[in-house]
Every structure is written in structure tokens, then in C-alpha cells.
Design a protein around this ligand. Structure first.
Ligand code: MV4
Length: 450
């Protein structure tokens, strides 16, 4: 096992990784930017190295600074968390070259799944069901028109180098296609340095259901059930839950098997998430794969009792998976609410500043992953996530009741948060009935305004 790990991230996920390391007896080094000097992950780590100024490009995205910090502090591994460099194959490559273990999949696996067209190609060859459309980049607007006519409007143009909804554009009719194609290309070029697009039939009323996988370096792989992440606002997940109200045991088995077939096809190792679209008839389609630990991983941890970060560390250190698929038990129901420093009354405008008082909820079945403490000042340079509240119950109704109780108990004085929005969401009749799709949130938001 590693002796010392550098955490190349910040906020709640850096705290989460430090907790896993401490439980495994691994020493930790926090990398921090100058505005994060007083943040919790710096206080909890055994050592800390300043990697640069606030702007991400010069700190948390600064590969040379992170590698140097790991080398001078004598780390034998780096955990990238999520976001920042966690899916940067070049960073994973450099770690390998300097003899530091990158805690995650191989650079090749990151590269393949990062190219959304290559990913679809690999998954098609592995036998996974795909959304109707192309898995090659579109060569021209003319070709796009031809294919759109074949698959039928509305269609989606997606950036090959995008993902997570970035660089995605719905095209309703032939008349809009050429302009949409050219605009989407330009936007993708500007955002990702690569303009290539692919096309899919736009599937309304689908759910976003993702399967958590763990795979070691000896060919052992298991899936840990699903998370339903359909409630998104502008492709930012707001609330995630498991099991999905739309998935029964048979569908879970089939989606899990598909996810594992994809994992084997690309020799995937470590933790990963296969994202599927699930239509109202129970058909599922591979959408994309995330080659990192996800924000919503605690939902799976609460349902299975499996610590995903500790398994990431063990697998990266070359230990075999001692869990077999038959050992995976999904018990009860879990819901995660992302508490962001945003004002839901002002279109989720970011709200940074000093958190004068933070009272974390607790009690049976409630988990809080957060870097907040009373007196902490949230910087404006990074994402707005303050805390994740995860509530577990014996069934969905209990999990909802518990989440509502935890949200009401949670005190964050000094900045606006999305707590009031979550409370409204938990009272929404469609949500309580489990009838949500990727389009529900906009409906719920409009109801909330009326
Ligand atoms: C789709 C889709 C419907 N049809 N692709 C969103 C982010 C990225 N994971 C891909 N996403 C989607 N891809 C096809 N062919 C629906 C989504 C989707 C979504 C779309 C609009 C608004 C919210 C959404 C939430 C999850 C998934």
C-alpha cells in the first residue's frame, strides 16, 4: 500500500479522500492554492504544499506544480478527485513517467472514453446498446443533414471532446441543421480545442441512470448498482438517488452486465461510471463513461456499505478485488442533495463569502460530506459546492422524510444556499411519485416560480 498520497483537489472531495487515506494508514499531502490556505483539507492533511495562485490554470490544473509538489513531499501516488485533472490522460501519463501512481484508470482508458465518439465505437463493439445515431465524427453539415433525415428529428449534436452535456445542441428540424452544425462546431472548437461533432436521435423523457463499477488489475470487475441522476439543471446534477424508481432487479442485472462488458472491452481498472439513458419502455442506451470518482459516489456507498475511495487506493496499489458480485448487496434507498452556494431565488446566482455559522445535520441515516466550518470564507474562484447531504432510509419514503429533516436542520449563515430549492423539490408530487425524467426539473422550476 502507498506510504504517502498527494490529493490534487480541494473542497469536500479532498476531505473525503483524506478520510479514506487516514483509515488505511496512508499519510496525506494537501495541494492548495493561496486562497485555500485556510481550507479544511489543508488542516486535515498531514502535510500541505502551496501549488500556486487561485486561478485554476495556475494551481489545481497546473500539472507541473502538482507533480513537483508530489515529488518534493515524497509522495508515491496522486489522487485527482473529480473535475480538474481527474480525466486528463496527459496528466496520468506524466505521473506514470515520473514514477508516481495516478489513482485511477490507465491513460489509454481515460483517452478512449474522453473521446465520446471513440467511446461509443468501443462500446458498440463490446455489444452495448447505443442511442441511434453516429459513432464517427460528422464530416460536414451535408452529412449531418443526410443522417438526421435517416434517424429523424429532433436530433442532438454532441461534441466529441465534450461530455456531461457540454457542447450539446438539440436540432428540431432540417431548416435549423446547417446553422446549428456550424455554431456547435465553433463552440466545441472554442471550448475543447476540437470541433468534431457526432449526432444522436434526441430521446425525450429519458432518465439518466448510471452504473458504478470497480475493476482491479487482475481482470476482476463488479458493478455496484445504479444511481438515477435525471434531475439536472443546465446539466448540473441537483439531486441523485439510488435505487432508481425505474429500475427493477432484472433491469439492474442487465444494465450491470452491459457496464461490465464495456469495462472488460477496454481493460478498465479502478472506479468508473457507465452513464445510460433509460427510456419509458425500459430500454437503455450507453451514453458516456466517466473515468473518475463522481460527486454522487456516496449514494452507492450508503446503499452497499462499500467505501469506493478505499477501493480506488487498494486497486491502484495493485491489490486484488476481494469483493465478488454476489457479495454486493443494495439495501434501502439513498438520496443525495448538493448544497451549493447559489441563490435559487435569483436564478442560482453564485453567493460567496464568509460562512458565519455552519451547523451540520446528523442523526440516523444522515451523512454530510463537506469542507465547511463556521468562519470559513468560500472563495469565488471555484465551483459552488459547499456540502453534500446524503440520507439513507429503509425505503424511498423514509429517505425522502429523512432528507427533508436533515435539510431543515442544516444551518449555513452568511451565504445563500440551494437548501430551500431542495425542500421544494422534495415536496413536488412528481418527485415524490418517482416520475422524473431529464426534462422534469425545468417543469418543476417553472411551477416553483408560479
Ligand atoms: C441525451 C439525452 C437525450 N437523448 N442524448 C445530458 C448530459 C450528457 N450526459 C448527455 N445528456 C443527455 N443526452 C440523447 N440522444 C438526454 C440527456 C440528458 C439531459 C438532456 C437535457 C436536459 C437534461 C438532461 C439530463 C440528463 C441527460
Amino acid at each position: 500500500m502507498f506510504d504517502k498520497v498527494l490529493i490534487a483537489n480541494r473542497g469536500e472531495i479532498a476531505v473525503r479522500i483524506i478520510r479514506a487515506c487516514r483509515e488505511l494508514g496512508i499519510r496525506t499531502v494537501a495541494a492548495y492554492s493561496d486562497v485555500d490556505r485556510d481550507s479544511l483539507h489543508v488542516r486535515l492533511a498531514d502535510e500541505a504544499v502551496c501549488i500556486g495562485p487561485a486561478v485554476p490554470a495556475r494551481s489545481y490544473l497546473n500539472a507541473p506544480a502538482l507533480i513537483t509538489a508530489a515529488l518534493i513531499s515524497g509522495c508515491d501516488a496522486i489522487h485527482p478527485g473529480y473535475g480538474f485533472l481527474s480525466e486528463n490522460s496527459y496528466f496520468a501519463e506524466i505521473c506514470q513517467q515520473v514514477g508516481i501512481c495516478f489513482i485511477g484508470p490507465s491513460p489509454e482508458a481515460i483517452q478512449t472514453m474522453g473521446d465520446k465518439a471513440l467511446a461509443k465505437q468501443a462500446m458498440r463493439e463490446a455489444g452495448l446498446p447505443l442511442v441511434p445515431g453516429t459513432d464517427q465524427p460528422l464530416s460536414s453539415a451535408e452529412e449531418a443533414s443526410e443522417i438526421a433525415r435517416e434517424i429523424g428529428f429532433p436530433v442532438l449534436l454532441k461534441a466529441v471532446a465534450g461530455g456531461g452535456g457540454r457542447g450539446m445542441r438539440v436540432v428540431e428540424s432540417e431548416a435549423d441543421l446547417v446553422r446549428a452544425f456550424n455554431t456547435a462546431r465553433a463552440e466545441a472548437e472554442a471550448a475543447f480545442g476540437r470541433g468534431d461533432l457526432y449526432m444522436e436521435k434526441y430521446m425525450p423523457l429519458v432518465r439518466h441512470v448510471e452504473i458504478q463499477v470497480l475493476a482491479d488489475q487482475y481482470g476482476n470487475a463488479i458493478h455496484l448498482g445504479e444511481r438515477d441522476c435525471s434531475l439536472q439543471r443546465r446539466h448540473q446534477k441537483i439531486l441523485e438517488e439510488g435505487p432508481s424508481p425505474a429500475v427493477d432487479d432484472d433491469l439492474r442485472r442487465r444494465m450491470g452486465e452491459a457496464a461490465l462488458a464495456g469495462v472488460r472491452a477496454i481493460d478498465y481498472t479502478n472506479a468508473g461510471t457507465m452513464e445510460f439513458l433509460l427510456d419509458p419502455d425500459g430500454n437503455f442506451y450507453f451514453m458516456e463513461m466517466n473515468t473518475r470518482l463522481q460527486v454522487e459516489h456516496p449514494v452507492t456507498e450508503m446503499l452497499t456499505g462499500i467505501d469506493l475511495v478505499k477501493w480506488q487506493l487498494r486497486i491502484a496499489a495493485g491489490e486484488p478485488l476481494t469483493l465478488a458480485q454476489k457479495d454486493v448487496r443494495i439495501l434501502g434507498h439513498a438520496i443525495e442533495c448538493r448544497i451549493n452556494a447559489e441563490d435559487p431565488e435569483r436564478d442560482f446566482l453564485p453567493s460567496a463569502g464568509e460562512v458565519e455559522l455552519f451547523l451540520s445535520p446528523g442523526g440516523p441515516g444522515v451523512r454530510v460530506d463537506s469542507h465547511l466550518y463556521s468562519g470559513y470564507t468560500t472563495p469565488t474562484n471555484y465551483d459552488s459546492l459547499l456540502a453534500k447531504i446524503i440520507a439513507w432510509g429503509n425505503d424511498r419514503a423514509e429517505a425522502i422524510a429523512r432528507m427533508r429533516r436533515a435539510l431543515e436542520e442544516c444551518v449555513v449563515m452568511g451565504v445563500s444556499t440551494t437548501i430551500p430549492f431542495h425542500l421544494r423539490l422534495l415536496d413536488d408530487p412528481d418527485f415524490v411519485a418517482g416520475n422524473v425524467s431529464t426534462q422534469s426539473l425545468s417543469l418543476m422550476l417553472s411551477r416553483g416560480r408560479s
